[in-house]
Write a protein that binds this ligand. Structure first.
Ligand code: FES
Length: 351
C-alpha cells in the first residue's frame, strides 16, 4: 500500500514532525549545556576588595625583590666555609642555605603574585571560542597558490635553469661532508670479526702453564682453557685476539657424545669450544662434569657440551662454536682450521 492510499488524517503533519525533532533534540545526551551564569567576584563589585588584592600582589612582588637583594647580599657577605645549625635540617653551609632560601622565595613570590593577580583582578568573563575547520577555504587556497606562483616567477626559479640545477646540486652535496666525517670512526672491521687466530696446525697452548697441550694433559671431567700458539700476552692486540680465540677444552667419554659432528671434530673425546658466550660475549667458566653443562655467569645461559654445545637454558641464541682439533706428529693437540662460524654474541649473522 502506497502513501497515496493512506487516509490524509493518519499521515503525520509538518507540525507533528517538528515536535518529534524537538523531542529527539531534547534527548540528545551531548547537547551543549552552555555557560553557567556569570558570578561576579567580590573584587568586581567592591573597589576596596580590589585595592586589597592589588596591595597583596604588590607586596608579593616587593618581597620577591627583597629576596633577590638578599640573594646577592648573601653571595657577597657569607663565607664559603661557614656552617650553621638549622632546625630540623641540621648542620648546613650558611651560604648554600641562604642562597637557596632567598632564590626560592624570590621565585615563589613572583609566581604567587602573578596567580593572585590573575584570579582576583584580571577579567574573569568566560569567552566561548568556536573551533574553526582546519582546512583552508577555497579562496585562501587560491591565494596561497597565486602567491607561490608569483614567488616562483619573481625568483626566476623556472626560467633560470642553471641557477636551479646548481642549487639542487649544492643542496644534495652538502650532506656528503657528513658522510666523509664517518671516516673518523676508524677503519672498517671487514671480516676481522669473523675470523680468529686459529688456523690449521696451530697448537693449543694451556693458558695457565703456557705449554702446548697433549691429549694426556686433559683429564675426563676437567676444564682447561687454551689459547692459540703465537698469541703473546704482551702483543699490542692481545686483548682483541683473546676475545675471539679463547678456547675451553673438556674430555668426555666418546660414547657420551650425542652430536655426530662434535664427535668427528673431537680427538679421543677431547672437545674444544669457544669460551665466549653467544649471548653478549662473557667468558664462560663454570663446568658441571656430571652433566657436561657449562654455565655462563653473566645471564646463566647453559650449554650442553656433550650435545654440540646447544643452548639448554638462558638467553643465548646459538650453540657455542666448536673448533676442530687433532693431534700432530709430535703428539700435541692442534687446530685443524679456524672456527667455522663467528664466535661470541649471536647478533652476528652466521653463514
Ligand atoms: S653473556 Fe652469557 S648469558 Fe649473557
Amino acid at each position: 500500500m502506497s502513501s497515496q492510499d493512506i487516509p490524509e488524517e493518519t499521515l503525520p503533519s509538518e507540525q507533528g514532525a517538528a515536535h518529534v525533532a524537538v523531542a529527539v533534540a531534547k534527548e540528545d545526551p551531548f547537547a551543549d549545556p552552555g555557560l553557567p551564569p556569570h558570578k561576579p567576584r567580590v573584587q568586581d563589585i567592591d573597589e576596596r576588595a580590589a585595592k586589597r588584592s592589588e596591595r597583596t600582589v604588590a607586596l608579593l612582588f616587593t618581597v620577591s625583590m627583597l629576596a633577590t637583594i638578599g640573594f646577592i647580599a648573601s653571595y657577597v657577605i657569607l663565607p664559603v666555609d661557614k656552617i650553621v645549625y638549622i632546625f630540623p635540617i641540621g648542620h648546613v653551609s650558611a651560604l648554600n642555605f641562604a642562597l637557596g632560601l632567598t632564590l626560592g622565595l624570590a621565585l615563589f613570590c613572583i609566581g604567587a603574585g602573578a596567580v593572585h593577580w590573575a584570579r582576583t583582578l584580571m577579567s574573569d568573563v568566560e569567552v566561548a571560542d568556536e573551533r574553526h575547520p582546519i582546512e583552508a577555504t577555497p579562496e585562501v587556497k587560491a591565494k596561497v597558490m597565486a602567491d607561490f606562483a608569483a614567488g616562483a616567477e619573481e625568483s626566476g626559479f623556472g626560467r633560470r635553469k642553471l641557477l636551479r640545477n646548481t642549487m639542487f646540486g649544492a643542496m644534495a652535496m652538502v650532506p656528503l661532508s657528513g658522510v666523509v666525517l664517518l671516516r673518523d670512526l676508524g677503519p672498517l672491521p671487514e671480516d676481522k670479526l669473523r675470523h680468529t687466530m686459529w688456523s690449521k696446525g696451530k697448537l693449543l697452548i694451556n693458558q695457565n702453564t703456557h705449554q702446548p697441550l697433549r691429549p694426556e694433559d686433559v683429564a675426563v671431567g676437567s676444564l682447561t682453557f687454551a689459547i692459540p700458539e703465537g698469541l703473546e700476552e704482551h702483543a699490542h692486540d692481545f686483548q682483541n685476539q683473546i676475545a675471539k680465540a679463547a678456547l675451553m677444552i673438556v674430555r668426555i667419554q666418546p660414547k657420551d657424545i650425542k652430536d655426530k659432528r662434535e664427535l668427528e671434530w673431537s680427538h679421543d673425546g677431547i672437545v674444544a669450544y669457544s669460551k665466549i658466550c653467544t649471548h653478549v660475549g662473557c667468558p664462560i667458566s663454570l663446568y658441571e662434569q656430571q652433566t657436561h653443562h657449562v654455565l655462563c655467569p653473566c645471564h646463566q645461559s647453559t650449554f650442553d657440551l656433550s650435545d654440540g654445545a646447544r643452548v639448554i637454558f638462558g638467553p643465548a641464541g646459538h650453540a657455542l662454536p666448536q673448533l676442530r682439533i687433532g693431534v700432530n706428529d709430535e703428539g700435541y693437540l692442534e687446530a685443524l682450521g679456524d672456527f667455522e662460524e663467528p664466535v661470541g654474541p649471536a647478533f652476528w649473522e652466521r653463514g
